[in-house]
Design a protein. Sequence first.
Length: 66
Amino acid sequence: MVIFKTSVQSRIDLIAVKPIFNLLFGKKNWLFTFEDKLLRIASSVPCADVVEFILAENGVLCEELT
């Protein structure tokens, strides 16, 4: 499980990335919680760089939590 702290403010921020994340990770393998602005991704391969790039391209800042 990889966890990212993000700058997401509303559901609108996730509209563009939702289909990409569904394709890359599967609908049930990622979860965003608005209360703490955390994105959780279950992936068997390293994905932090890809996730950071996709979010940055869509105007969302993120940082992997370790």
